[in-house]
Design a protein around this ligand. Structure first.
Ligand code: ADX
Length: 207
């Protein structure tokens, strides 16, 4: 957990409230947190969810692992410590967007339960929806869209592991996810539809 370094700082509130913003947008701010192995389908589903929401007139915004690591988190690697800091920063960004009234679609492996739980704990009830994008390792590895499992297997065979999630670094599935998507038997469109249905049923599309 990052320490607070700055002293002599005071929170400065504004006069526009979150409720004002949500009325403006006609929706409730929420973070959809998609966790799962590399190749489980997180990013593919996130893109479709974003499209479906915007088509319904809802403001959604994607935060995606590979993308955030090009900018905000370009100084982080894949050690346990760096992964924790990666998720902590994204959690803070997601919290800001959620406060802005946006539907955030965050797709990160986020392999450690403790890091995900810390974000849930920092948000209000109903603001953090955990989506387990569930694909067995064998399925994710067979898909291998970026060829990374192949690379990681080769490195492990040479005794030079990369700390790759699911192979030589652990993935801890959520205990009680709000939504489980078994992507071995659902199409990406069906998975995305389940997320949108969940939001509709829980009244996230009303301010
Ligand atoms: S997380 O573990 O810190 O949540 P994140 O979702 O940001 O990971 O980034 C994962 C992406 O980085 C994967 O989709 C993959 O493309 C790439 N990657 C590179 N090295 C690794 C590694 N050692 N373990 C997992 N993913 C990796």
């Amino acid at each position: 957990m990052a320490e607070q370094k700055a002293t002599n700082i005071t929170w400065h509130g504004g006069t526009v409230t979150r409720a004002d913003r949500e009325r403006l947008l006609g929706q409730r701010g929420v973070t959809l947190w998609m966790t799962g192995l590399s190749g489980s389908g997180k990013s593919t589903i996130a893109v479709i969810v974003e499209q479906m929401l915007v088509q319904r007139g809802k403001l959604a915004y994607r935060l995606d692992g590979d993308n955030v690591r090009h900018g905000l988190n370009k100084n982080l690697g894949f050690s346990a410590e760096d992964r924790a800091e990666n998720i902590r920063r994204i959690g803070e960004v997601a919290k800001l967007f959620t406060d802005a009234g946006v539907i955030v679609i965050a797709s990160f492996i986020s392999p450690y339960r403790r890091d995900r739980d810390a974000i849930r704990a920092a948000m209000k009830p109903g603001e953090f929806v955990e989506v387990f994008v569930d694909a067995p390792l064998t399925v994710a590895e067979a898909r291998d869209p970026k060829g990374l499992y192949k690379k990681a297997r080769a490195a492990i065979a040479e005794g030079k592991g990369l700390g790759f999630t699911g192979l030589d670094d652990p993935y801890e599935p959520p205990d009680k996810p709000d939504i489980i998507l078994e992507t071995e038997r659902l199409t990406p469109e069906q998975s995305a539809g389940r997320i949108v249905d969940f939001l509709a049923r829980r009244d996230y599309f009303k301010a």
